[in-house]
Ligand binder design. Structure first.
Ligand code: MTE
Length: 366
């Protein structure tokens, strides 16, 4: 069912001319001004759905200019190449899913020793209800030819990703089985509103369960490939060193939790308090969240509360009664239904990705 409340004209030229980039100071914690990079403020991490203006933004280049006659090309190793307009998109079946996106570099500022890259704290994560067309629907229409291994996605944004790399668009690929998964979306709505320019208007890819770099914004071209793609954002970045020293691509979000309340350095009264937070995993539902008030010596199970969906984070809370006044180190640890448990310490890596070790929150009870 089509859940969009906006008119078709809003997806055409009229709308793109009225959109402007989100002004600074609208509530995001600014990491960089140009390209715009901002994280969701700590207080907003308590709400299950992130309001659109507070959804974190991670851009590698400037936001591309609006395109008046947007068309998406689907080509490469297919039986019939397609060229699709927004009107075409709105005639296709729509799928609506709540999905949490986490930037692979979320919490990078926690790493010791520090690494270069955006110094995110814990706000490069947000959740929205995304609506769009399953990519699989379009790939079936085009017909994937024999010998295909990956699908490549190209954004309209372009720039030099690092000195000496040359000018190139944002390009990322997905294995065929992920691209054809029924929940992999070409999204055009976010929380019931058309995508904003910051988040990929008019159409972006949404890869549920994967770190955010896979969800290519401002799509202009989709190509089916016979060889694995190699490119800056695929094989030079978004990789970690494996045990054998070989590069391992960053893919699904590793199991993780955050404490939304209380904040670090909070002064609390000597009474019962409801500690709350979120937990998520790109691999499976969250099975449990445990809390420790002694820095990880002893653990107590929290209650999982609120909506429970496969690709969105899980809210939890824990009624905590401090035994006496003093300093406490609160930590939360999540486990998913595949048996993955959040590690006590992040595995350090030089590019600063997959930072999912437990994060101490120190409070004082008076
Ligand atoms: N798509 C394009 N075209 N250009 C980009 O720079 N950044 C990626 C991804 N898609 C990016 C992109 C990264 S690293 C992340 S974490 C997510 O978009 C962030 O999506 P958001 O800004 O909508 O939160």
């Amino acid at each position: 069912m089509n859940t969009c409340k906006c008119s078709k004209a809003e997806f055409g030229r009229e709308r793109s001319e009225t959109l402007s980039a989100q002004p600074e100071g609208t509530g995001l914690v600014t990491i960089e001004h140009e390209p715009i990079i901002g994280e969701t403020p700590q207080a907003t991490l308590q709400s299950w759905l992130t309001p659109n203006p507070l959804f974190y933004i991670r851009n590698h280049y400037s936001i591309p200019e609006s395109v008046s006659q947007w068309e998406l090309a689907l080509d490469g190793n297919v039986d019939n190449a397609l060229s699709l307009t927004l009107t075409d998109f709105r005639s296709f079946p729509i799928q609506t899913l709540p999905i949490t996106l986490e930037c692979a570099g979320n919490n990078r500022s926690d790493l010791e020793p520090q690494v270069p890259g955006n110094p995110f704290q814990n706000g490069a994560i947000s959740t929205a209800i995304w609506a769009g067309v399953p990519l699989r629907h379009l790939l079936e229409r085009a017909g994937i030819s024999k010998g295909s291994v990956e699908v490549l996605f190209e954004g309209f944004d372009i720039g030099e990703p690092a000195p000496g790399e040359g000018t190139q668009p944002y390009l990322r690929s997905l294995p065929i089985d992920v691209a054809t998964h029924p929940d992999t979306l070409l999204a055009y709505e976010m929380n019931g509103e058309p995508l904003s320019r910051e988040h990929g208007y008019p159409i972006r890819l949404i890869v549920p369960g994967w770190y955010g770099m896979a969800s290519v914004k401002w799509l202009r071209r989709i190509s089916v490939l016979q060889e694995p793609f190699e490119g800056f954002f695929q094989t030079d970045r978004y990789i970690v060193e494996g045990d054998d020293g070989e590069p391992v691509p960053v893919a699904q979000m590793h199991v993780k939790s955050l404490i939304s309340w209380p904040e670090s350095n909070a002064q609390l009264s000597m009474q019962s308090h409801m500690i709350n937070g979120m937990a998520w995993s790109g691999f499976a539902h969250i099975a449990k969240v445990e809390i420790s008030d002694d820095g990880g010596e002893t653990w107590h199970e929290a209650d999982l509360v609120g909506p429970r969906y496969r690709y969105s984070w899980q809210q939890w809370h824990f009624a905590w009664s401090p035994k006496s006044a003093g300093h406490y180190t609160l930590v939360a640890r999540a486990t998913d239904e595949d048996g993955n448990t959040q590690p006590l310490e992040t595995r350090w890596n030089s590019l600063g990705y997959i930072i999912n070790g437990v994060r101490p929150v120190r409070v004082e009870v008076n």
